[in-house]
Design a binder for this molecule. Structure first.
Ligand SMILES: Nc1ncnc2c1ncn2[C@@H]1O[C@H](COP(=O)(O)OP(=O)(O)OP(=O)(O)O)[C@@H](O)[C@H]1O
Ligand SMILES: [Mg+2]
Length: 455
């Protein structure tokens, strides 16, 4: 069943239950309240009549007429009764037997008598004493219970009508509110279907608020992430096949030339050398692709240990110095403090060497390596004085197979980033003030040792 109907049914059922309980409670109390109210009214009106009888001269016919008018106006069933003579003084009740029955059977001593049962009808009774010079007399006011039950019925009808209107309004309201709630969910479902079918360009924003908006935001972030992942995978395969195809075609060309006798002697020798160089290049690309795939998917290949950056920088220098010397580039290391950082020693060495070999390749005169603390982070920085990188290259420098004019495979920095990020670090590239490039690898978790390895 649709969520909207489920919610509407749930709301309506809840409302009907609440209203029914309220209705039953009110109905059961209603008669009691009407009886009490009637008694109070009878008392008030009776008091007026008693005052009239006591203080007006009833020998005067106009006063008697006023009394009768009053009784008619209040629509009262009333009679006056003399205790001593046990007689009715006057009565406005047409059924005399009811009055006589009352005189015969009513127990004046009993105070708690809200209803009096006559032959076939019950009455609400109110008795007010008044005293004449000779005896005690009582004014007795009666209201048939039937009258009150009529009032009760009519009230019940009105109450039921209000309940019905209330339920109808509530059902409409809950339908409207649930549809407001459910519509964004339905739209979200359609958006998810689009993701399933990889129609990322058809994705639309949903009008929603609160938690649904947050879910929508997460779905949209997920879709963007998935889209860029799929695109990067696609580019990766395109680039990889292109990178593999070029050396293979060169090798094929020379191999066929030598086989068919097109290249002979020196040319054949040169062809073989090119073939060996291209095969080495192919080997390097394939190894780097395999390494990248492993870095992405196998967390177990990381062997984290605590590394002292002073010793680590020495290892980099051991490897970088021969390459720098060969290119006549000056290799400079600033004084390093004994910071301890956790990472896979060999893989991080490879990551930093990828950055360092790039720097040596692009530098004009020198490459500088420094380790320093900045805020809550410790940073390793490789700076060169080469030509630097243009903005377009900078924005996608760490992507796979992205390379500049004098680049090689374009995988070195992608590998470096994968290793650094796996070690909870960050990597960034900028141009420095000398125009060359500066690469910074930062770690948030580190310790500083008291004793340097140089002490
Ligand atoms: N220090 C630098 N100065 C200027 N450009 C640089 C520097 N380091 C990297 N680059 C540019 O970034 C590109 C990508 O570098 P990356 O190391 O990923 O690939 P590569 O060096 O071309 O190939 P390899 O996979 O062999 O490392 C390079 O081709 C180069 O154009
Ligand atoms: Mg490189």
């Amino acid at each position: 069943m649709k969520l909207q109907y489920q919610l509407t049914i749930a709301f309506t059922t809840l409302l009907v239950v609440i209203m029914t309980v309220a209705g039953i409670t009110i109905y059961s109390q209603m008669l009691q309240m009407l009886i009490k109210d009637e008694q109070r009214q009878l008392e008030d009106k009776g008091q007026l009549i008693v005052n009239f009888i006591l203080y007006q001269d009833l020998n005067n016919t106009s006063n008697v007429q006023r009394l009768l008018d009053m009784l008619e106006q209040y629509n009262l069933q009333v009679f006056a009764y003399d205790d001593r003579s046990n007689q009715i003084i006057f009565s406005s009740i047409p059924e005399l037997e009811v009055v006589n029955d009352w005189v015969d059977r009513y127990d004046m001593e009993e105070t708690e008598q809200p209803l009096w049962q006559a032959d076939n009808e019950k009455y609400v009774v109110s008795i007010l004493p008044f005293y004449s010079i000779v005896s005690t007399q009582h004014l007795v006011l009666l209201t048939p219970l039937d009258d009150l039950q009529e009032v009760q019925k009519s009230l019940l009808w009105r109450l039921s009508l209000i309940f019905l209107i209330g339920i109808a309004v509530a059902v409409l309201l809950s339908h409207y509110l649930t549809s407001k709630l459910v519509t964004p969910l339905t739209q979200l479902k359609h958006q998810l279907k689009k993701i399933e079918k990889r129609k990322f360009d058809d994705m639309q924003e949903i009008k929603a608020t609160g938690e649904i908006k947050e879910v929508e935001q997460s779905v949209s972030d997920m879709a963007n992430e998935l889209h860029s992942f799929i695109q990067s995978q696609r580019h990766f395969f395109q680039n990889a096949s292109h990178e593999l195809k070029t050396p293979l075609m060169t090798i094929q060309g020379y191999a066929e030339g030598i086989r068919d006798g097109v290249f002979e002697n020196e040319e054949a020798e040169r062809g073989l050398n090119v073939m060996v160089a291209e095969i080495n290049r192919l080997k390097k690309i394939i190894n780097e692709i395999i390494l990248l795939a492993k870095l992405d998917s196998e967390e177990s290949i990381y062997d984290e240990t605590e590394v002292n950056l002073q010793e680590f920088v020495e290892k980099i220098t051991e490897r970088a110095l021969p390459i720098a010397n060969e290119k006549e580039i000056k290799w400079e290391v600033k004084k390093v403090e004994p910071y301890i950082v956790s990472f896979d020693h060999d893989k991080m060495l490879q990551a930093i060497m990828n950055i360092v070999t790039n720097a040596i390749r692009h530098a004009n005169h020198k490459v500088e390596l420094s380790v320093y603390q900045k805020g809550k982070q410790v940073c390793m920085e490789v700076m060169d004085d080469g030509e630097g990188m243009d903005e377009e290259l900078l924005s996608k420098l760490f992507h796979r197979f992205v390379k500049g004019e004098s680049g090689e495979t374009g995988l070195g920095l992608a590998i470096a980033r994968a290793i650094v990020e796996q070690s909870d670090g960050t990597i960034k590239a900028e141009n420095n003030r000398l125009g060359g490039a500066v690469f910074t690898v930062s770690f948030s978790h580190y310790e500083k040792k008291k004793h340097s390895v140089y002490d």
